[in-house]
Structure formats: structure tokens, C-alpha cells
Design a protein around this ligand. Structure first.
Ligand SMILES: Cc1cc2nc3c(=O)[nH]c(=O)nc-3n(C[C@H](O)[C@H](O)[C@H](O)COP(=O)(O)OP(=O)(O)OC[C@H]3O[C@@H](n4cnc5c(N)ncnc54)[C@H](O)[C@@H]3O)c2cc1C
Length: 442
């Protein structure tokens, strides 16, 4: 990839960044923080969460600096698949059981607004090459038509989400596999090139006046005073408000917060062109996820598959996981035969014990935006608005998330348990699917 030679730290670079995105260039290496600075808001971490908060706060009039330990979006935010869904990664019934119907409805509506905000940003910046397409399908691996009707009613009537129930025939008409039964179709969900969105978001933040410093890891925070002190290896920064958006990598500045996240590595791969055989197997143009959370895929570039599959709580070389992805593709669509991969990659998401993101104020002037798990596009946009409004206007809507406390994720034992639970759950889902298909045949 060609590198542009511009150096960028301010709004003037926004247009250059967008031009670079359009031309398919990688973004150049940017400035480190090498001088002391005073700002209204300091955001730690330049992933989707940090950039979303920074953009919103800057648009509301704050002076904002983002400190990024490596490069913008080097982790999960630059590796995601670009599927933008309503709601959260937690079943709606679990939310109702925990916080009640009314609050769940309010939260759901905020998350849906987050989805629309992502769409609006993509349109506003006319993000080049973002290639937005509509519709996502959540397929069931077992025959649960009756339960599905209940869920559809709740989502549609009580939660105002546009949904359609698809019968088995309709599902199998667009996804030629006997693995799937019913599905929920979300016509307003959408997908795009996730990396271009990240770059577009970065460009918008710069345009709004946000200063982004890369290779500037935060190594310490003194949050006791009115103005907080943030320390990097080369400089100090003072800010009235600090936003912790470092996901699982936050580390020493707030180790106890990092410890509330279970790191989960997600793996993804892009196949080589599959030609006409892909169009025979899949005619659905949007994203497909199964309700066991195992596979997530869609067609890109006409005849390639973008596919993400089982996760681990310990890092594994993505090339090795590529083999697992190829096997999953073959299991679901055996008619595709042997599929070669162009590349495989991974990113770490932060999973909270309750599954909901951490959004809110920990103490005066100290905010957190992390734990977005596997559904981070709409929820980071939502977090950006909630936190920026909290900082700038004293808005307290973020308190809707207060019942989801910071809970220790169990350290190494938690990771071992997480891996074991994931493996058992996948095996259980596999067995349930097998039984459902056997029953159908019988
Ligand atoms: C393979 C894959 C596919 C995915 N697909 C989707 C999808 O289709 N749809 C969807 O909604 N979600 C998806 N996700 C989830 C989504 O990517 C994440 O939820 C989201 O990107 C999390 O964003 P973040 O900003 O919290 O974290 P990150 O992207 O991890 O960003 C945090 C940043 O903070 C920086 N940082 C940490 N500590 C410090 C420090 N002390 N000082 C300075 N900087 C620091 C890090 O360097 C990092 O850049 C996917 C994730 C993966 C891995």
C-alpha cells in the first residue's frame, strides 16, 4: 500500500484523510504528544468509542485531545466487519429481567438512535467507498418458530424496531443450507466497509477540531483534582474531563477498570473470489448472523465471503484460526467446496460480565466508554452522545446504564472459564442444530 507523506494533527487534515480513504491509501503516521497541553476533554483511546466521544464533544464546543497508545483503530475498531444493528449484544429478555420493561425500552431506543447516527455520519461525510447496503438476517440454527413470533412481537410492537419474521422456506431460498430454520430480518440494519467508516469518523473528528496524538500511551492519571492530570512518556496534559476509552488495553492508568473486561479475540477472514458458485449458494445481500453467535458473514466484492467465526479468550495466530473459518464455511455451505482465504485477521473485544457496555461517569470528571463486545458500531455512537451530553450539558441519561455495574471479570480464571463456556455453548448449539435437522428429516 502507498503511504501519503502528509503529517496530520488538525482539521486541515480531514479532507486529506478522506481523499486518502477514497484512493485506498493507508493513513500516514501521525504526531505524538511531545508538549504539555491544556484541554477541556481528554479522551484516552482512538477506537470507535474514543473517536465518537471526541467528535460529539468537539461539536458541542469543547476543546478535545485524543491520546492513542498506538495508531488510530489498530485493534477491534479497525478489524470489525461493519454490520450495524439495532439494540445490544444481550437478549432483550435478559435486559427486561434486570432493569425492567420501561428502562429497557429507553435503552433500546438509544441504541437504535446510535444505529441511525452511524448511518447519518456515513451520509454526512459522504464517506468514499463505504458501500452501504441495507438489511441483516439473524438466522436460527434450530426450529423455534413459536418463540420467534413472541420475539418479533416484542421487538416490533413494544420496542418500535422494524423486523420481519422469515419462514424456513424463505430463509433457505436465499441461503442454500439446511442448517438454518426461521430468521428475523432487520430491514433497517445495514453494513458497510467498517475500516472506511473508522477513517471517516477520524476525519470528521479532526474537522470538528479534535487533536489526535498517536504513539502517545497514557501511563498515569491523577484524577483527584478539578483538573485531571494525564501523563504520557513525553508530556503531560490537563483536562477538566477524562474519558477512558481504552477497551481491554487501558492497563496501568486504571488497571481495575481493565480487569472488569474479559478480553475476547474475534477472528475474521476474506475468501478469494468464489465465482458463480457463491451466487448459487447465497443470494441474500446483507449480513447474516446465527442466533448462537457462532457465524457472521456476508458477500463482498461480488463473489467473496467476509466471514467471522468462533472466538477465544487467549490470542491465537489468525492464520491458524483461518483454518477454523474455512471449516465453518464448508460446514454451512458444503456446495462451495474447498475455499481459499485471501487473508485472516483478529481483534480483541472487551466483554463485560453482564454483556452490556460500560458507559458513564465513575467520579466527577472521570468517564468510561468501553466493554462494547461484539456489537460496537451503534453502541459506541450512542456512548459518544451520552457522554458528550453529560460533560457539556450535565445530561444524566447515561444513568440508564448505571445498573450495569463494573464487575471483576475473573482474571485468568475468568478467561479459562470464558473459553470453556464458549466451547461448551458452541458444542451445545451444534448438538441442538443436529437434533433439529434430524427431527426435520424424520
Ligand atoms: C473481527 C471483529 C469483527 C467485528 N465486527 C463487528 C461488526 O460487524 N459490528 C459491530 O457492531 N461490532 C463489531 N465488532 C466489535 C467492535 O469492533 C468493537 O466493539 C469496537 O471496535 C470497540 O471499540 P473501542 O473503541 O471500545 O475499542 P478499541 O478498538 O480496542 O480501541 C481502544 C483504543 O484505545 C487505545 N488505548 C488503550 N489503552 C490506552 C492507553 N493507556 N493510552 C492510550 N491509548 C490506549 C488502544 O490502543 C486502542 O486503539 C467486531 C470486532 C472484531 C474484532
Amino acid at each position: 500500500m502507498t503511504e501519503l507523506s502528509t503529517s496530520a494533527t488538525g482539521p486541515d487534515d480531514a479532507a486529506a484523510t478522506l481523499r486518502a480513504v477514497a484512493a485506498g491509501f493507508s493513513i500516514p503516521h501521525r504526531d505524538r504528544l511531545t508538549f504539555n497541553l491544556d484541554v477541556d476533554v481528554c479522551v484516552i483511546g482512538a477506537g470507535l468509542a474514543g473517536l465518537s466521544v471526541a467528535l460529539e464533544a468537539a461539536r458541542m464546543g469543547a476543546s478535545v485531545a485524543v491520546l492513542e497508545g498506538r495508531q488510530v483503530g489498530w485493534n477491534a475498531s479497525g478489524q470489525q466487519l461493519g454490520t450495524v444493528m439495532p439494540g445490544f449484544g444481550v437478549p432483550i429478555g435478559d435486559l427486561i429481567a434486570r432493569i425492567g420493561f420501561e428502562d429497557t425500552r429507553d435503552l433500546w431506543s438509544l441504541a437504535r438512535d446510535g444505529m441511525e447516527l452511524v448511518r447519518a455520519r456515513a451520509a454526512e461525510a459522504a464517506m468514499p467507498g463505504i458501500n452501504l447496503t441495507s438489511g441483516a438476517l439473524e438466522v436460527s440454527n434450530v426450529d423455534i418458530g413459536d418463540r420467534l413470533i413472541g420475539r418479533l412481537q416484542m421487538l416490533g410492537e413494544d420496542f418500535g424496531t422494524e423486523v420481519e419474521g422469515w419462514q424456513i422456506d424463505r430463509v433457505r431460498d436465499v441461503l442454500k443450507t439446511d442448517r438454518y430454520f426461521h430468521a428475523i430480518h432487520y430491514p433497517t440494519a445495514f453494513q458497510f466497509d467498517g475500516r472506511r467508516y473508522l477513517r471517516g469518523l477520524e476525519a470528521m473528528a479532526r474537522q470538528a477540531g479534535v487533536r489526535i496524538f498517536e504513539d502517545s500511551p497514557v501511563v498515569g492519571i491523577d484524577h483527584s483534582g478539578i483538573r485531571k492530570r494525564i501523563v504520557t512518556p513525553e508530556a503531560r496534559l490537563r483536562a477538566a474531563d477524562v474519558v477512558l476509552a481504552g477497551n481491554v488495553h487501558l492497563g496501568s492508568p486504571m488497571q481495575r477498570l481493565s480487569d472488569t473486561l474479559l478480553p475476547v479475540w474475534r477472528y475474521a477472514a476474506l475468501t478469494q473470489p468464489l465465482g458463480a458458485r457463491l451466487a448459487e449458494a447465497i443470494t441474500f445481500a446483507g449480513s447474516v448472523t446465527d442466533n448462537d453467535g457462532i457465524d457472521h458473514y456476508r458477500i463482498v466484492d461480488g463473489d467473496r465471503l467476509l466471514w467471522s467465526s468462533p472466538e477465544t479468550t487467549f490470542p491465537v495466530d489468525p492464520k491458524r484460526r483461518g483454518g477454523a473459518i474455512r471449516r465453518r464455511i464448508r460446514t454451512v455451505f458444503p456446495q462451495l467446496g474447498a475455499v481459499e482465504l485471501d487473508r485472516a485477521w483478529s481483534g480483541v473485544v472487551g466483554q463485560t460480565v453482564h454483556g452490556m457496555p460500560q458507559i458513564g461517569q465513575l467520579r466527577r470528571g472521570l468517564w468510561v466508554a468501553s466493554g462494547f463486545g461484539r456489537q460496537g458500531l451503534n453502541t459506541t455512537a450512542m456512548a459518544g452522545q451520552l457522554i458528550a451530553r453529560g460533560i457539556m450539558h450535565g445530561d444524566t441519561q447515561w444513568r440508564l446504564l448505571s445498573p450495569f455495574e463494573l464487575v471483576w471479570a475473573g482474571g485468568r480464571i475468568g478467561r479459562i472459564a470464558g473459553q470453556a463456556i464458549g466451547t461448551v455453548a458452541r458444542a451445545g448449539a451444534g448438538a441442538a442444530g443436529l437434533l433439529a435437522r434430524y427431527r426435520e428429516r424424520a
